[in-house]
Every structure is written in structure tokens, then in C-alpha cells.
Design a protein around this ligand. Structure first.
Ligand code: PGA
Length: 235
């Protein structure tokens, strides 16, 4: 486990983006596992800037996103497909056919099977970017009694609903379920890049990295990953 402590959000974003830069430079056809949420936005801004400056080429990259809300179409402004389009895909030369986000409008069970086959068909993930939820979730693998291996549909926990309500307008209905990559594909990634920013994440990050490995804190399983890099900011 390698822990990099950045001073603030900007430095955290640059440091993490540099690791993705190195990954894509060394292996231009990398399979990147990507994440949404507020934490990775600065990373995507760096990558888009470096692409605009001619330093980075996404032409051969494949991306596989962690999750999507059930019932949201890709064109819905709160969908994770829309998020990725806005923050990264639409700003770099990635081949749209090589970008993958679970389909929120599909039948969840069939979509889970399709997604796991897709990940396997890509030969697995070279580098997986992860944020961490206040309750220790990664992707939408919520606290529970066991680790789920494959892609699956989840009821969002109350804490996640409250944390993510800020992205939805007042009166706008927030989906209560999501489809998420499971812990198996995440743990099989060649490298994991976990980013966390702000003092309010310090407690859960400490529990995840230094406490017992338990499905009550899904991120704790990352302790067992042989190539885990954590970049924190403002902690
Ligand atoms: P955040 O979400 O980056 O918006 O804090 C992280 C997560 O829930 O995985």
C-alpha cells in the first residue's frame, strides 16, 4: 500500500492524474476503471488539460465505469454516463465505442451479466480509480453482510441517498437503486488508485485502511490488494 498525502484538493487531483498519465503513457491501450462523484472531477480536469496541451492521447484507451443509477437514461443530467461525457469523454479523443458505463435503463440482472462479460472481454482493468463514500462504500458496493463479487443491483443506503441528494434539484426524484461493478472486478484490477479529499473522509479512510477487513466497510477489502495507491488531499 502506498499512501500519498497531498496538501489540498488541487494537489491531490494533479498527483492522481499524474499516475493515470503514466499508466496511459506506458500502456496506450490501457483499460481504465473510472469513477464518478465530486472527488475525481479535478483529476478529469487535469487529464483534459493535458490532452488539450498535446501531452496525452486517449485514442487507444478503453474505460469501464463503476456504476450507474437504475432508471436514468444516458442523457439524464444526473446519470453517470452524462457526468463522464461532461467531465472527461467529451473533452478528450477517447473512442466513444470504447467507453463503458452500466446501462441504467436496462433490466438489471441481464445488464449485470453483460457488464461482467464485457470486463472479462477487455482482459480486466489495468488501473481502477476509486472514491470512497462516507459509509465506506466503493462504487455502489454498500455496507452489508458479505462482499458481492459480480456486477449487481443495489438499494442505496440512507447515508448514500443523503450524500448524493446534493446533486439533484429540489423536487427532483433521486433513484433509490443503482447497478454497480462488484468487488471481484475491482480487486482484480492491476492497480487501484483510491482518492479521498477533506477531513470529513479521514475517519472512514482510517477505518478502511487500518481496521478489520469487513463487508460493513466495503473499502476495507482494498487492504488485501497487492497494488493499492491512496492519494489524499486536505486531511
Ligand atoms: P464523492 O463520492 O467523491 O462525491 O465524495 C465518493 C463516493 O461516494 O464514492
Amino acid at each position: 500500500m502506498k499512501l500519498i498525502r497531498a496538501r489540498d484538493y488541487g494537489e491531490m487531483s494533479r498527483r492522481a492524474a499524474n499516475l493515470i498519465f503514466a499508466q496511459v503513457t506506458l500502456k496506450p491501450d490501457s483499460v481504465l476503471g473510472l469513477a464518478t462523484g465530486s472527488t475525481p472531477i479535478g483529476i478529469y480536469d487535469c487529464l483534459a488539460d493535458w490532452f488539450a496541451g498535446g501531452d496525452l492521447d486517449f485514442g487507444e484507451v478503453t474505460t469501464i465505469n463503476l456504476d450507474e443509477y437504475c432508471g436514468l437514461a444516458p442523457t439524464h443530467p444526473q446519470s453517470y454516463r452524462y457526468f463522464m461525457q461532461t467531465h472527461l469523454f467529451g473533452r478528450v479523443n477517447i473512442n466513444p465505442a470504447r467507453t463503458n458505463v452500466p446501462l441504467g435503463m436496462a433490466e438489471p440482472e441481464a445488464e449485470s451479466t453483460r457488464y461482467d462479460a464485457l470486463i472479462a472481454g477487455c482482459g480486466g482493468i489495468d488501473m481502477q480509480l476509486l472514491g470512497i463514500g462516507h459509509n465506506g462504500h466503493i462504487g455502489f458496493n454498500e455496507p452489508g453482510s458479505s462482499f458481492e463479487r459480480g456486477t449487481h443491483c443495489v438499494e442505496l443506503s440512507q447515508s448514500t441517498l443523503e450524500a448524493n441528494a446534493r446533486f439533484f434539484k429540489e423536487g427532483e426524484e433521486m433513484p433509490r437503486a443503482a447497478i454497480t461493478m462488484g468487488m471481484g472486478a475491482i480487486m482484480q484490477a492491476g492497480k487501484i488508485l483510491l482518492v479521498a479529499s477533506g477531513k470529513e473522509k479521514a475517519g472512514i479512510l482510517d477505518k478502511a485502511l487500518n481496521g478489520p477487513v469487513t463487508p460493513e466497510i466495503p473499502a476495507s477489502l482494498l487492504q488485501l490488494h497487492p497494488n493499492l495507491i491512496i492519494v489524499t488531499g486536505d486531511m
